[in-house]
Design a protein around this ligand. Structure first.
Ligand SMILES: [Fe+2]
Length: 252
């Protein structure tokens, strides 16, 4: 590559970044497909695996046409699999994970959670690829390399389609996780803060406007008292005691 001019050398450098990513993603996608039980998601991953292989081949061809050689990124070392070790995997499982390539294939708790985590990882990988091909296209345009610019644009569009599929898939996977891991009554009740507010409203609903305003002023006093407490000054007033009683009623 020493006799390359600065223009082609720079284009080849960027193309090689894309090439390494594509080849790495081939492995990641294969592992993810093995863990994906949801039919529509699995089908799209298989389709994107075929696209990814094609991307790698096209980029490799272009690198060679420009007089360079396609180079793979070094594979992740054992330190990349420390998360797998932390999850209490056996030596055999870790070896399998290592053989399969990506770390993200072995994490998560439930099957749905694993699919969700993998989808989030895939989404970030797609974003990185989109950025990489955007940069290649712009560089190629700047140096009047039309063929490379067209190649980068074609591939970027496919990555964008995959990213938008994942953006739609992530909420579906979250809803699957929620259904499987959180009992229906808890899902219906909503978050704790919302429930507390509802309880407070209900407890004052039957009282007179005057009583409600007293409760509000007691709560205000309680808040300002806590502020005083934190600055070292405490004075228990009647209103504070009311607020304390009301707090303990709420938490009971
Ligand atoms: Fe790709």
């Amino acid at each position: 590559m020493s006799d390359l001019n600065a223009r082609d050398a720079k284009v080849i450098q960027y193309l090689n970044e894309a090439y390494g990513k594509e080849r790495h993603l081939e492995q990641a996608l294969q592992a993810h497909i093995g863990l994906t039980t949801r039919a529509n998601y699995r089908k799209r991953l298989q389709e994107h695996l075929r696209e990814t292989k094609r991307h790698g081949d096209r980029v490799e061809r272009r690198i060679k046409q420009l007089g360079g050689s396609a180079e793979r990124l070094p594979l992740p070392g054992p330190e990349a699999f420390s998360e797998a070790a932390e999850t209490g995997m056996s030596v055999a499982q870790r070896a399998l994970a290592l053989a399969r390539g990506p770390l993200d294939a072995v994490r998560g708790t439930s099957e749905s959670e694993k699919m969700l985590k993998n989808a989030k990882t895939e989404y970030s990988e797609e974003a990185e690829e989109i950025a990489t091909y955007t940069a290649i296209e712009e560089l190629a345009n700047k140096v009047n390399d039309k063929e490379t610019a067209k190649l980068a644009k074609d591939i970027r569009r496919e990555e964008e389609r995959m990213a938008s599929f994942l953006q739609r898939m992530i909420p579906q996977l979250v809803s699957q996780v929620a259904k499987e891991e959180i009992p229906a009554p808890l899902r219906r009740n909503g978050a704790r803060t919302t429930r507390r507010r509802t309880t407070t409203r209900r407890s004052t609903a039957g009282s007179s406007p005057r009583a409600r305003s007293t409760t509000r002023s007691a709560a205000t006093t309680s808040r300002s008292t806590s502020r005083r407490k934190s600055s070292g000054r405490t004075k228990a007033t009647g209103a504070t005691k009311t607020a304390r009683r009301s707090r303990s009623t709420r938490s009971a």
